[in-house]
Write a protein that binds this ligand. Structure first.
Ligand code: F6R
Length: 257
């Protein structure tokens, strides 16, 4: 696991976009793993600028979303299906339907989870973008999730439901369950780029980078990934020891690619 600390969220977004753009440039039909939430929005916006300005072409790329709420119709504006359409598929000019999202409204959720896991296994993921929850979750793999987990139905923690209440009319409207890729599913991606912004994520980032890998901090599983990069702003990095050898503070990262 490598950690790159950049001064601002804008630079974090640019750096994460550069990682994705490099993969797509090398392999136009790349398979992207896509997180929702606020953290990757800067990266998606920066990628959109590369599409508009530099002619980056994602028309052959495909993707898999990390997760979806249970019980929201795909047409619900807060469903991750709709969020992916608004923030990824449309602005990045990907083909309609190029990004698959777990079927959170399916009658048989276990069958939907198995089908999703199989589809990811068959296609592989070239680069997976992640955010991190304040409690260390990745995807909706809450603390306590085994490192061997695959795509499945999970209950959301109260903390996660409160954190996500900002997107809903009232906190009780936040779904109680989600379909999520498991930690083992995420770990099969060839490359992983996790984005973390703000002081609210500092403790989770510290536990992910410096803690002993354990289900108490699901993101700590990434320590065992051969190509995982954490791109974080100063506030999110504020609890990592300055001496930590995995950490590169303010590199000339953008000049590198
Ligand atoms: C989203 C997801 C979650 C978020 C995490 C951080 O698809 O799987 O793990 O990445 O909850 O959310 P934000 O970025 O909104 O702080």
């Amino acid at each position: 696991m490598r950690v790159v600390v950049l001064p601002t969220s804008a630079e974090v977004g640019e750096a994460a976009a550069a990682e994705i753009a490099a993969v797509v440039t090398e392999r136009p039909d790349a398979v992207l793993g896509l997180a929702t939430g606020d953290s990757p929005l800067g990266a998606y916006a920066a990628l959109g600028r590369r599409v508009e300005r530099d002619g980056l072409d994602l028309s052959r790329a495909r993707g898999f979303a990390l997760d979806e709420y249970v019980g929201l119709d795909p047409s619900d504006p807060q469903s991750y299906n709709a969020v992916i359409d608004r923030t990824v598929t449309t602005p990045l000019r990907m083909r309609a339907g190029a990004v698959r999202v777990p079927a959170g409204a399916a009658a048989d959720l276990d069958a939907a989870a198995d089908a999703y896991e199989r589809a990811i296994e068959e296609s592989g993921v070239d680069i997976q973008i992640l955010g991190i929850g304040a409690n260390g979750h990745i995807g909706f793999n809450e603390p306590g999730s085994a490192f061997t987990t695959r795509t499945r139905v999970v209950a959301l923690s109260e903390r996660t439901r409160l954190d996500n209440a900002r997107f809903f009319a009232t906190p009780s409207d936040v779904p109680t369950h989600a379909l999520t890729q498991g930690l083992a599913t995420i770990m099969r991606a060839r490359r992983i780029v996790l984005v973390a912004l703000g002081e609210r994520k500092a403790e989770a980032v510290r536990a992910a980078v410096e803690g002993r890998p354990s289900a108490a901090c699901p993101a700590s599983v990434l320590q065992d990934h051969p190509d995982a990069l954490l791109v974080v702003d100063e506030a999110a990095a504020s609890r990592i020891a300055v001496s930590s050898s995995a950490v590169n503070r303010f590199p000339r990262l953008l000049a590198r690619r």
